[in-house]
Design a protein around this ligand. Sequence first.
Ligand code: PLP
Length: 321
Amino acid sequence: MSGAAACGAAVKADAYGIGARDTVMHLGNAGCRDFFVATWAEAEVLMPWLGDASISVLHGVADEDIAHAVPSKARPVLNSARQVARWREAAPGRACDVMIDTGMNRLGLSPAEACSGLLDGLEIDTLMSHLACADEDIDVNERQRQLFTQAAATLRARRLSLANSAGICLGPDYAFDLTRPGLAIYGGIPRAEAADHISPVVTVEAQVIQRRKIAALETVGYNRMFTAGRETELAILNVGYADGYLRSFSGTGRARIGDVFLPVVGRVSMDLTAIAVDDVEIAEGDWVELDYDLSAASAQSGLSQYELLTTLGSRHERIWS
Ligand SMILES: *Cc1c(COP(=O)(O)O)cnc(C)c1O
């Protein structure tokens, strides 16, 4: 969907929880040559697996970063006049990226600042901006695109980049030279247009530690949030909010075995979650898949698809198949 533009990948936050090192290896094998992280520490960890691919640090360069940034092969994405001055002084002539803020009011130089001569002589690899509402159908997207195009016309950069996952869905006018999807690579659906192009890439499984039977009127878990209406069989799973299975799934989440859905009962604990398993053949030691369809789980839990991925904790073993 990025058309003629190169397709990079946001691998910040451990590739949205998927595991950045393995993600970089797999995407590198698939031809990805441009990666984006938030911090220098994230870039450093990935260096041995990048090959000849480039990596950009979205937070730019602070005083504390200079010692890591100057010897690094990563490029800073310069966001402010102070960052520009800092990079000029610490690494004269070295390539960088530049972020222009066209309406997000988060990071980046204003178009006026960027075009004031501040960037003259700087070796800009990728000039970028970021869309605030690409998942909505509002004219802000087109305004941001125009502001970006205008600023780019007066600046010299090797490449232009605007679109995140949702931005790619807005069409070829938004792709420029390089796109920067994150969510969509990891199975998230940023806009309806993408639904037919994206399959889930993450399934979450947990193991049954204990199976137990409770009598009618007994309760389950902290604060007795669930009361059994009749005799009920439970399986206790080794997953909880410390693993990213947050409390918003208490009483509403589900596990699944094939086509059978098994409801979460009671409150999700730090390391444990109870599901009702009446009449289902499932024993201690068995594994069950949690219902973690990102769109549905997002609607059901009130968490964004991004949060559902990035909160999956380090106790999950990441198994690639
Ligand atoms: C995180 C991020 C992206 C990727 O966004 P998705 O919505 O996950 O596709 C792209 N660009 C910037 C500047 C980002 O911070």
